[in-house]
Design a protein around this ligand. Sequence first.
Ligand SMILES: NC(=O)c1ccc[n+]([C@@H]2O[C@H](COP(=O)([O-])OP(=O)(O)OC[C@H]3O[C@@H](n4cnc5c(N)ncnc54)[C@H](O)[C@@H]3O)[C@@H](O)[C@H]2O)c1
Length: 327
Amino acid sequence: MPYQGKSVIVTGGSGFIGSNLTLRLVREGAHVTVVDPCVPGCGGDPRNLRDVLDRVRILGVDIAQPAVFEDAIRQADVVFNLAGEISHIHSMMNPERDLQLNTTSQLRFLQACANWNPGVRVVFAGTRQVYGVPEYLPVDEDHPINPVDFNGIHKYAATMYHLMLSRTGLLDACVLRLTNVYGPRMSLTVPGQGFLSAYLRKLELGEPLQVFGDGQQLRDPLHVDDAVEAFLMVGAARPLPSRSYNIGGPEALSLLEITRIACATAGLPEPTLRPFPAERASIDIGSYRTDSSRIRAELGWAPQVRFEDGFAQALGFYRRQAAAHGR
Ligand SMILES: NC(=O)c1ccc[n+]([C@@H]2O[C@H](COP(=O)([O-])OP(=O)(O)OC[C@H]3O[C@@H](n4cnc5c(N)ncnc54)[C@H](O)[C@@H]3O)[C@@H](O)[C@H]2O)c1
């Protein structure tokens, strides 16, 4: 129980991955402060934490205002830094908004962490998007960086803040470069949250699924429980063997296979193919598959949840939510 009695901050803790992490940390006995204003257009939802409202301190402020939670920063044993905008499409439509949410606010927050709690462990939710179109598969941590959209560029700037401040000893940070994550508490109502969110939404409504292009691009979906496990392991590792880890799912599947599994799970007919919309084609990265062997070798993390099982669990979660809360 490495988190029993520990003080932790979860930025972006009302969002999809952050709320799953917060719920787990509460179960582990941590004192959790969530910093998340539920930015309009992002996936945060206060209802994600409704079961632990009496056991979590929730601050509805932007991480760009660290003075509001200076006490939490000073006391933190670990900072899980998940605040951010994930939508690639939103970043292309409004790059300055993405810059503000993913970069400027991170700079302010990390400087405050370095000033008020020098050397604190920070685990940052980075993204595989920084690699751009893969030059080889599977993609390891040494793959060249060449993002294809503003979101990837801004997340990479934030990645480098963590790494630079760690090189100078002001932080003890680690960046997890996540592939496509799915599971309970992912927003299904906010657009731009990725194809798995769109699939779950459509299946809940009983609508048929369509695949863009020929459906042959590979993805390695990662269940949120596996992602949470990686955050916890890295947050607790002393010493930290590496500063960056690629975090991917257990299987590489084509989009067509993923969509077929999704349809079969929901009892709907086979998906149909349709041409890529132009705005998506321009930022598509083709096939992606993660090489997670570094974290497996150094910390023993490996994804456990196969897509077929994880997707069925997620769909069940949303159906129960809809029945219980009309959500
Ligand atoms: N979901 C994925 O597949 C995926 C893949 C790669 C990386 N990531 C990264 O993981 C993190 C969490 O993603 P998610 O899927 O849970 O997204 P999400 O949108 O569900 O949650 C992100 C949360 O961050 C909050 N937020 C945004 N800017 C903030 C700011 N400046 N200050 C405080 N809070 C802020 C939002 O209100 C939201 O609740 C993000 O940083 C994202 O880039 C996610």
